[in-house]
Design a protein around this ligand. Structure first.
Ligand code: FDA
Length: 457
């Protein structure tokens, strides 16, 4: 077993771990990044599938994501806007298809009134929530013991308004059914994006993409770190005491003064800790679980929907594909649609054969865009639920009551071990922006602790 010595060992070469490693190196500390997979990027993964460049994981950048934006600028990466010219499509419960522009779906005047009033209520509540400390809200415990679905029922009798608001947080963000997470967790999701209005505004939240794909962020960060990034090295054991850590993989171990665990919280228990993590952390990590969504790409010879006057943006809480967008790559003649199938709908289609699933999903796309959607030249379903080193998508959230009970300790270090991941972020939670933000904060805290105190006077 080869052994190397470093100041800090970072476990996980996703956006968060690589950001932390980069900052530590800039401050003159030596690092080793141990990554389980044979690639860097974790949930950022750009691949060529049957000749089409597809972003299998995260891809969009929104205007408030200043941590991600500053990294993009530092790395010299260009962005381009999502195509959004034309009409959006909405499908009602009875299957009626309508076109619309703007943010509010074409619903009856009563439902529209309910939607606007719910958005206003949520914006007002979200304004009271600090995304970095949602548990500190005076009503945190109360809001964490009611499911988001039930909370919505206490606010409106209008089913369509309920289903639409629910979709924005449940299917579209936490990718769990709205009965499976609390109102407080929903408010954190919205607060992390600045407001509930931001979250429901596709033009805001899904604003831009990176030319060449967002995985370039971790790829370029790793390139700069060079030989300090070790691929195919899952950390199996982490030995620790006040003096330092030993991170043990199958063929390499790293001795360091400190460790950063930059892995999704659901994977922390895959590592044997010697001694065990404190009771509080062992409990906390069990109350976080991954959501689940299938990201489907369908590539066509042309973006045919544009000629029909459609933007490509489509929503329906009643469709298998609850949201879909024009995802055509920069400077690409072919047209690409991306659609999402979330939580229980995803479970249901994964019970079908691959052919049946494809047909069901394309049929849903065809209801938005017409029969030409049935015949893509490339079709690809991302399945993060089957990835051993991720186990779901997009990210982790607390079960009922977990956020108020454990949230305050999410980012607290344990001895020489710090935690860093988008799933424990406040601002930018569940997004690359949050991964970078926590990576920077974790590195800054370690740099401050490692730096000798300035002489008095
Ligand atoms: P991440 O999970 O990326 O990295 C953790 C790393 O740790 C992985 O590389 C893993 O292999 C490694 N690891 C785990 N256990 C290990 C062990 N024991 N030893 C060594 N290594 C280990 N965000 C966004 O901003 N815009 C978007 O459009 C989207 N869309 C989106 C779509 C889909 C389908 C997904 C799955 C996700 C998104 N996201 C997103 C979310 C975004 O991709 C995500 O929040 C960040 O990439 C997470 O980065 P982290 O570094 O925190 O974790």
């Amino acid at each position: 077993m080869a052994t190397i010595e470093r100041d800090v060992v970072i476990i996980g070469a996703g956006a968060s771990g690589l950001t932390a490693a980069t900052e530590l190196r800039k401050a003159g500390l030596s690092v080793a990044v141990l990554e389980a997979r044979n690639r860097v990027g974790g949930r950022l993964w750009t691949d060529i599938i049957e000749g089409a460049m597809l972003e299998i994981g995260g891809q969009w950048v929104s205007p408030d994501q200043d941590a991600l934006k500053s990294t993009l600028a530092e790395l010299g990466l260009e962005t381009y806007p999502r195509h959004r010219t034309g009409d959006n499509v909405y499908i009602k419960a009875a299957g009626e298809v309508s076109r619309f522009q703007g943010e509010i779906f074409p619903v009856s005047a009563t439902t529209e009134h309910e939607l606007v009033s719910l958005i206003d209520k949520l914006d007002a509540l979200v304004a009271e929530i600090d995304p970095d400390r949602p548990w500190a809200h005076p009503r945190a415990a109360e809001l964490d013991e009611i499911s988001f679905s039930r909370w919505l029922e206490t606010q409106t009798d209008d089913r369509e308004a309920h289903d639409n608001i629910s979709m924005f947080i449940a299917g579209a963000m936490l990718t769990k059914p709205a009965h499976a997470f609390s109102a407080l967790q929903a408010l954190l999701m919205a607060a992390s994006a600045g407001s509930f209005s931001n979250l429901v505004d596709a033009d805001y939240i899904l604003d831009e993409r990176v030319v060449g794909g967002l995985q370039q962020v971790p790829l370029l960060l790793a390139e700069r770190l060079g030989d300090d990034v070790h691929l195919g090295r899952p950390v199996r054991t982490l030995r620790w005491n006040d003096a330092g850590v030993g991170a043990v993989t199958d063929e390499l171990q790293v001795h360091a003064r400190r460790a950063i665990l930059a892995v999704p919280p659901v994977l922390i228990s895959r590592i044997s800790f010697e001694p065990a993590l404190p009771r509080r952390q062992q409990q906390l990590h069990q109350h976080l679980s991954m959501g689940f969504v299938i990201k489907v790409h369908a590539v066509y010879e042309t973006p045919f929907w544009r000629a029909d006057g459609l933007s490509g943006t489509a929503f329906s809480p009643y469709e298998l594909v609850h949201e879909a967008y024009d995802n055509t790559n920069f400077d690409d003649e072919r047209g690409t649609l991306v659609g999402f199938v979330a939580d229980e709908e995803a479970d249901a289609v994964f019970a079908l054969s691959a052919e049946e699933r494809r047909l069901r999903i394309l049929t849903s796309l065809a209801r938005y865009y017409g029969p030409r959607a049935l015949e893509p030249v490339v079709y690809y379903e991302s399945d993060w639920g089957s990835e051993e080193w991720t186990r779901g998508a997009y990210a982790a959230s607390f079960d009922m009551g977990g956020l108020a009970r454990y949230g305050a300790e999410l980012r607290s270090p344990v001895g020489p071990i710090s935690f860093s991941c988008s799933d424990i972020a406040g601002k930018g939670y569940q997004h690359v922006d949050g991964a970078i933000r926590v990576g920077r904060e974790t590195a800054a805290a370690i740099i401050a602790a490692e730096r000798p105190a300035a002489p008095a006077g």
